[in-house]
Structure formats: C-alpha cells, structure tokens
Design a protein around this ligand. Sequence first.
Ligand code: IVH
Length: 669
Amino acid sequence: MTKQQAKGRLTELRTQLQKHAHRYYVLDDPIISDAEYDRLFRELLELEEHFPELITPDSPSQRVGGEPLAAFTEAIHAVPMLSLDNIFAADELEDFEERIRRRLSSSEQLTWTAEPKMDGLAVELIYEHGLLVEGSTRGNGLVGENITANLRTVRNIPLRLLATADLPARLAVRGEVFLPRRDFAELNRQRAEQDEPLFANPRNAAAGSLRQLDPKVTAARPLSFFVYGVADPAGLPCSGLAELFPWLQQLGLPVNPLIRFCRSLSEAEEHYRHLQQLRHELDYEIDGMVIKVGNFALQERIGSTTRAPRWAAAWKFPALEAEAVMSGVEYQVGRTGAITPVAVLEPVNIGGAVVRRAALHNQEEIRRKELKIGDTVLVRRAGDVIPEVVKPLIEHRSGNELAIVFPTDCPTCASALHRPEGEAVTRCRNLHCPAQRLQRIIWFAGKSGLDIEGLGPKNVEKLVEAGLIQDIPDIFSLQKESIAILDGWGEKSAEKLLQAVEKAKQTTLTKLLAALGIRHVGETTAELLANHFGDLATLMRTTTEKLLTVDGIGGQTAAALVEYFANNGNRELIARLIELGLSIPAAEKKPASTGPLHGMIFLFTGTLSNLSRTEAEERVQQLGGEAASGISKKVTHLVAGEKAGSKLKKAAEIGIVILDEQQFLRLIG
Ligand code: IVH
C-alpha cells in the first residue's frame, strides 16, 4: 500500500471506529459485533505502525495512553471554573429563588434544570474544529493542570466531535470525570491483593487515576465522563440548557440521562427526592442535585460572585457518615482463605439504615488507621457497598481502649494463618477449611456466580448445615424430598429451588469462570478469558505465556489461573459439574453493558407525535431501560403524550417522574 492509499484508508477506519465507539460507549447501542470492531481496530494499528507519521491525535489508537510525562503543565481557564453554593434544606430553595427574583423583574418566567451532582472531578475539554486539543483539571478555578493525555484515555470522551453544521471553531465544555462504583470496588480489591493502599472512595480513585503522569495507568482505569455545561454559551445555537444538552449530545458528548427540565422549584424538589431514592442504585456516586436557571440570557443578568454563580446551587444529600463505638472485631474467612477483619459496632443509623458492622479491610489498614477496640470511630456508608470504618476519633479516647490483636490461627479450622512477606492479606491455606468451602458455595450460587434464585447466602448456609450440600457440585444433585422436610421449607419452595438450579445449568463460560471464585478472576477478567479462549477445555490447557498475551491479563492473574487448573481437586470439581449436566455453549458474544437508562422503567400514555409507542418502548430497551404495561410503584418515568388520561393523574399522585414527549426525546437523544 502506498502512503497515499494508507492515508485514505486510515481516515476511513478512524471515522468508522469513532462512529462505533460512540454507539457503544455513549449510546450503548452497538451495530457491529465486538469482533468486527476489534478487526477494524487491529487494521488501524497495523497501518499506523507502518506509517507512524500518519498517526493523528484523534486516532482511536491514542486512547491506550501515550508516553509518561515528567510533570503536568499549567492550563489557564479563559473563563474561570467556579464553585457552587450549597443548599441543605427545601426552605433554602425558596431563599435561593427569592435572591434570583430580586435581580430580575418579577414577571420573568424562570425554567430550571435539576441535575445529579456527580461526585467526581471537574474537568474542562477544549475542542478546536471538533478536535479535542486540551483537557484540564479545575485547579484553583483560574489555573488547572493540563491532563490531556490522561483524558484521551477516558472511553466516552470523544476525541473528535461528531460533525454538525453549527459546530463552533472553538468549544470549551465542562463536566465531571468519575469512576463507576463497581469498578472502584474491583480496583480496591486488586489493590488489596497487591498490597497497595486502598482508595477511600470512588472520587479519590478517580482523582488519583487522572493525576497519573503515566497515561497508561489512567487508561487501565475505566473512568467515565458526563458533560454538564460549557465555559461560554455566547455564539452557540442554544438559548439555554434545555437546548444545550441535546445539542452537546448530538456532538457525541455523554449527557447524564437523569437531568430534568423543570418549570418550577417544586418540580425540582420532586426530582431531588427521586434522585435521593435512586442514588444507591446508580452505578456512580452522586452527592446531591445541582439546580440551575436554564436560560443563558437570564444567567448572565443574574450574574456570579467571584466564587460561584448566583443562578445555580448544589443541594446536597444528607451525609452518609456517623460516629459509632467499635465494641469488637470479628474475623471472617473468605472463599480464597483471606481473613477479613470486621468491626462490630454499637448500632447506629446512617442515612436511614441501621449499621452494626463495618469493613476494616485488612491488618495493614487497622495498623495504618491506628484503631483500638472501644474507640469511637467515623463510619461511612457509600451507597450499597458495605459501610467502612474511616478512622478513630482520638479525642473520644478514655485510655481504656484495647489493642486489636490479629489471630494467628484460622477462627474456623484452627490451622495456622499465613501472611506472605510484604503482603497485606492474611490467609488460611487449608483448602478444606469449612468456612472457605461455604464461602465458595455462596459465591458460586450468588449474584457474582450462576445467580441461582432462592440460593442466597442464608439458604446455602442452611443446606450446608443440614448436610445436603458439602461442596459446589452437590447443588446439582439436590433432592426435592430432602429439602422439603427442612425447617422453613416445603414441597413448593423445594420444587422452585430445583427449577432454579435446573435453569442455572444452562450457563456461559464467563459466568462459570466468575462463579468458580478463582483468585483475581472477577466478571471482567472472566469475560476477557471467555472471549479469547472460547471454550473451557482450551483455557484449562493453556500456559502462563499464552495467558500473558491476552490484553488485560497480568502476571498474578495468569499464575492464579494456571495454579487453579493444575489442582486436581479443581479439575475434578469441573468434571463433576459437567457430568451433572452443566452446559456451556462454546464461543460466546459479549453481552451489551448496561445502558444509560438502566434501572429506569418507562410507561407511555396518550399519543406520541414523533414515534409510535412500540418504537418508543424499543428505544428504551435498547438504552438499557424497561417498558411497563401498567402503572405501579416500580415505574420510574411516565411519558405523557397528547390526551393523556388517568395514568397521568395516578402517576402524579405516586410521585413518578413525568416527562412530556419533548423531554423524553431529549432523554433518549
Ligand atoms: S455546574 C458554574 N453541574 O460540583 C457551575 N457542577 O461544587 C459550576 N458538579 O466543581 C458547576 N455535578 O465538579 C455542575 N451537574 C453538575 C455537577 C457539578 C457535579 C461538581 C463540579 C463542580 C462542583 C461544584
């Protein structure tokens, strides 16, 4: 291929890859298979390798992270990045509106946006003729750090905006970079395994990831981004936020689907309650809601102080931290033998939930935090993850606190515990330790494994105690009669459980690999392995060298896999499972990740003018949401078309978010 031909092909490849990445990461609606995407990507890499002079800054290849920097340079914000004033209660909302009205003539019609307040890091992205040329942190608001190379690795930040007729020569957008909760938990799990200090929360993890001098480290962290504004709306084809957000979405920028346009502050208040309820189910942390005047001309008239705009405010959620007395420490044995210390607390209410136990992570964390039994400690609940002890409140000490003595023997099987030199995790190495076995069964049947309905931790424990299950394969030879006679069970529930077990036999390689509980092999790694090896037999025969050639598999994971499959007991376990009818189809396709409407249930009423109800429902499903057929408390959004009737009234009564057709269209982009 000549250089000229290569240039043409590269342009084609980049346009296609950009389009497909946008469909995948932003719209969550891919139209080609992952394998096809990989093929295009490989072709691009090969061509670029031949003609390195043809590499462009917006090439998708640039997402993998460039060369490490010696230090960050400064980035000056032409328009300062301001902060937000806080509101803590509904009545302060009235004062906020009152202050705004005083600056305008009273007849002015105000519209608002109510937006999730993302708990991440504010960044500015500068696009010149659609090309991402600079990305920076907020810094002190006037001067931040240039972290362009790191921001390029964030999958849903477009390196080039989608072409539109009204694209300005220069566009500075602002938004929040964050680490999804699940990835945060996984990152900390890996760090614990590798004896690195844990991140206190997803926000710190995102900050730490963005401030890496080596962009390859950032690239390995699955950061995400939502845009929430522009530096300067002058000259844009939008008169306010209600037009800006759909426009930014058209350019390919990810807009949070939970942004709501409101005609009154009571509507905003309703959304606040809704977000507060939803907060624990979201895959990312939000710490409140931001309320903004929508219209740009009015924003301008209302103005800003040097610190914050007067036309916006952050309404924080109540804190999820509380003080509690730590009366003792318990030690749990995990499925890999890891001994996890857990703080026993005097019950304390945090954000509406009574907390009695909190994570202490490992011996090293206890030492680092200098905790003692009897301490009053700060406990933090972050969403649905286990609450954790943040630190002791030294000023509460009486002098009677006791040192925490880590056990030397397994609390369950009494075999000597082992903590390898320089590692943080202490383990019980007895593979037959009953506690480990129980945890392995719980893991296998649970949400991270085959997800067998009716076989949650409590029921596994019961069946193990009753002697019906001794190890994982026994799940598949359970007998109805033996279950039905157990306390709290009957014919019906036994029958139901067996049906669920039967159903779980049809599984996938990803699920099975994750279910086995191999060290370092969570769902993500399992998926990588399944996609690469296609079937279990090939994976079981593979070598460390071959494993290391798989993108995303490191030395520790490779070693753990080889060790696992070399173990006779494990091989027998797998053989037994297959004998008992577990069936894994070869070659599986990556399932679509959850979409932007994940967790939302839509109900349509009345007549829509732009699309049919079926089309609307299909669109919702494509974006990860669900469509309901009737009204119930489960419904999160009611879309009201022309001539909406009783459903609308009912929805308003039970506090469901109501959207008109325009708002719905904006939500689905
Ligand atoms: S608007 C001029 N919108 O909150 C308005 N900020 O406390 C400035 N944040 O530094 C920001 N979600 O990092 C805005 N939907 C949202 C936001 C948001 C999170 C953060 C942002 C900012 C901080 C201010």
